[in-house]
Design a protein around this ligand. Structure first.
Ligand code: PHE
Length: 340
């Protein structure tokens, strides 16, 4: 094998020596370094070699490849580059580079941020790998409370400092607590982010999706402030025809709590798979921040009150762009993505 390799090196040197035009150079490059070249064939036989021999032959193969490549490089600059002509034809049409663009979810998120920033909100961020303490305890989920199960949590095989399993955050509400570690009321905060739930997927559900949390804490904040904010938000986003309806609900971290539905803009209320034939789509949960949660934020509930809401970005995005299946957002199919 050794002598064979030396022979290839010699043959290549001789053949390349004589070359004077770039086409012939290209052919020789293929002949000696291409996929079907003798060298490539020998490389494939490496696995059959004895252990002692393999490193030596491996090194020799690399040396020979490097030598041949460097001669080709040198020759290429002498013959004036690749292709038939030495001249550059600047009348040829250019190649348009294929540039990607912002994902519809991110683009939509920017719209949401824009609307809330105009209302004086700042944007905050927090961890996706979270402790039970921040995802649940500090948000007033009692231990062993069934509400912990409603969120279909993905637990992760990593322990926190107290020896409890960490989890993938099930909502962006964890950032309510994180953000208030470094702030004092009055605050208006918006937290867009990715959340995780062990859900069965269908046209309207995914296991990984985006939420946007918003919360306001100040003196004298009332539930009417929450309603006004949400109403203004949907109208700014979708125009006057967008309607919301509010249903009483339960969240451990808000009291009272509501769930807010929006009129389905895909079927205009006639009923379709996306709205489960009801004409309404559940888009957010909200409520007045529970006094226990305010205390966990070191905020005095006698002096301050606040509202919080968490909206599902994906669903809002789908209503906005008239997309009828959430799974399209995460499939990476360019035929879909290029429509935005
Ligand atoms: N975190 C809740 C959820 O994911 C939504 C929510 C946020 C509800 C803030 C009330 C207040 O379902």
């Amino acid at each position: 094998m050794k002598s064979k390799l030396e022979q290839i090196r010699k043959q290549a040197q001789e053949a390349l020596e004589k070359v004077s035009d770039s086409d012939a150079l290209l052919n020789l490059e293929k002949k000696f370094l291409g996929r079907k070249a003798e060298l490539a064939r020998i490389s494939k036989q490496m696995k059959d070699l004895a252990d002692a021999e393999r490193p030596l032959i491996g090194k020799l193969i690399n040396d020979v490849k490097r030598d041949i490549s460097s001669i080709i490089q040198k020759k290429r600059s002498e013959t004036g580059g690749v292709g038939k002509s030495k001249e550059f034809d600047y009348t040829l049409p250019g190649l348009r580079p294929n540039i990607g663009h912002v994902h519809p979810i991110m683009r939509f998120l920017e719209k949401i941020e824009d609307i809330f920033m105009k209302m004086g909100y700042e944007v905050a961020d927090g961890p996706e790998l979270e402790t039970q303490e921040y995802n649940f305890d500090l948000l007033n989920f009692p231990d062993e409370h069934p509400a912990r199960d409603t969120q279909d949590t993905f637990y992760v095989d990593v322990k926190d400092s107290k020896g409890r399993e960490k989890l993938l955050r099930t909502h962006t509400s964890n950032v309510q607590i994180h953000a208030m570690k470094t702030r004092k009321p009055p605050v208006r905060i918006l937290v867009p982010g990715r959340v995780f739930r062990n859900e069965r997927t269908d046209a309207g559900h995914e296991a990984i999706f985006y939420q946007c949390e918003g919360f306001v804490i100040d003196e004298n904040i009332k539930i009417t402030d929450l309603m006004g904010t949400l109403e203004l938000f949907v109208k700014r986003l979708y125009g006057k025809e967008a309607k919301i309806r509010v249903r009483p609900h339960f969240f451990p971290f808000t009291e009272p709590s509501v769930e807010v539905d929006m009129s389905c803009l895909l079927c205009k209320g006639d009923g379709c798979p996306f709205c489960k034939k009801t004409g309404w789509v559940e888009v957010l949960g909200a409520g007045m921040i529970h006094p226990n949660v305010l205390e966990n934020m070191n905020v005095d509930p006698k002096k301050y009150s606040g509202f919080a809401f968490g909206l599902g970005i994906d669903r809002f995005m789908m209503l906005y762009y008239q997309v009828n299946d959430i799974r399209l957002s995460y499939g990476g199919d360019l035929r879909f993505l290029e429509q935005f």
